[in-house]
Ligand binder design. Sequence first.
Ligand code: CP
Ligand code: NVA
Length: 312
Amino acid sequence: MPGLHCKDLLCVQDFSASELQGLIDYALKLKHGQIPDASTLLSGKSLGMLFQKPSTRTRVSFEAGMTKLGGHALYLNAQDLQLGRNETLEDTAKTLSRYLDGLMVRLFRHQDAVDLARHASIPVINGLTDLFHPCQSLADALTIQELKGHVAGTKIAFVGNAGDNVGHSLVLCATKLGAHVRVAAPKGYQPSDDVTRWAQQNAKQSRGSLLITESVDEAVADADVVYADTWVSMGQEAEKQKRLSDLDGYQVTQAVMNKTNAAVFMHDLPAYRGVEVAADVIDGPHSVVFDQAENRLWAQNAVLVALLGEKK
Ligand code: CP
Ligand code: NVA
C-alpha cells in the first residue's frame, strides 16, 4: 500500500515526489490486476462525495472505484444538505465524520476544502476546487508514465488557460516528478505567483524545468505532450466573452501539433471543440483524452487505498 504522510489529499504540493510516484506505481498495479484481493481492500467502507458543481468523470469514477475496492460511495449534493441552508462547514465535517470513512469534495473555494479537512476526523480528498484538481494531475501523470515510461524528462506544454485548477495541479505534479513543463498563456491566465514559485522549487529539486511564456510556438517546440483545459471553468460563465477573446490565438490546432515532437494531446475534459482545441486534434490519432479519463479511476483508487485502507 502506498504510504502518505497526510490525512487528506488537498493539493499535490503537500506530498513528496516519492509519495506521488508511489501512488502512480500502485495505481498501475491496480489497473493490471497485480494487487491481491483488491476487491476487498475497502470492504465495509463508505465514501461521501460532496458536490457544489457538476461532474461526470469525478462522480462516476469515484463511485465505480469504491465499488471495485469492495466499498460504497454516496452522492451528496451540497444544496440538498443542511449546508445549503447555512449549516456550518465545521458542523457538517464533524457530523459526516461520524458516518463515513472518507469524504471527496468538489467545491468552489479551496479554503472551504481546507476547512472541512481540518474539522473532519476522516480523510478529505479534493475532487476539484477553484485552485487545484490533484486527482486529475495524478491521472495525467499515470497516463504520461504509461505512454512514455516515466514523467521525468518528458517535455509537457500546457497551452491556454493555465492559471486555473487543472493547470496549477499539472504544473506542480509534473515539476515534482522531474518533467520539463512549458506553459503558454497570456498574462492573466498564467499560473499564480505561489504556484510558479513552488513549481520552480520543485523543478530545482527534481532536475526538471519550468518555462512560462506567452508564445505557443516557444512552449510546444519539441514537446512530447500538449495539454489544454477549457477556457471557461465552472463558475466563470459570466466572463465567457472576455475569456474567449483574451485566449484567442491559444487554440491547440493541427498546425500547433505539427511543431511538436509527435506529441500526444491531453485534456482533462469536458472539452469544447473549436475553442481550446480543434476537433481534428482531440478526435485524432494522437489524442489520449479517454485514457486520462479512465486513469482517473485507477489513480483515485490508489489514493483511496492509501487514505482509507487499513494501515498494515
Ligand atoms: N475532468 C473532470 O474532473 O471531469 P468532471 O468535471 O466530469 O468530473
Ligand atoms: N477547469 C475546469 C476543469 C473541469 C474538470 C473547471 O474548473 O471547470
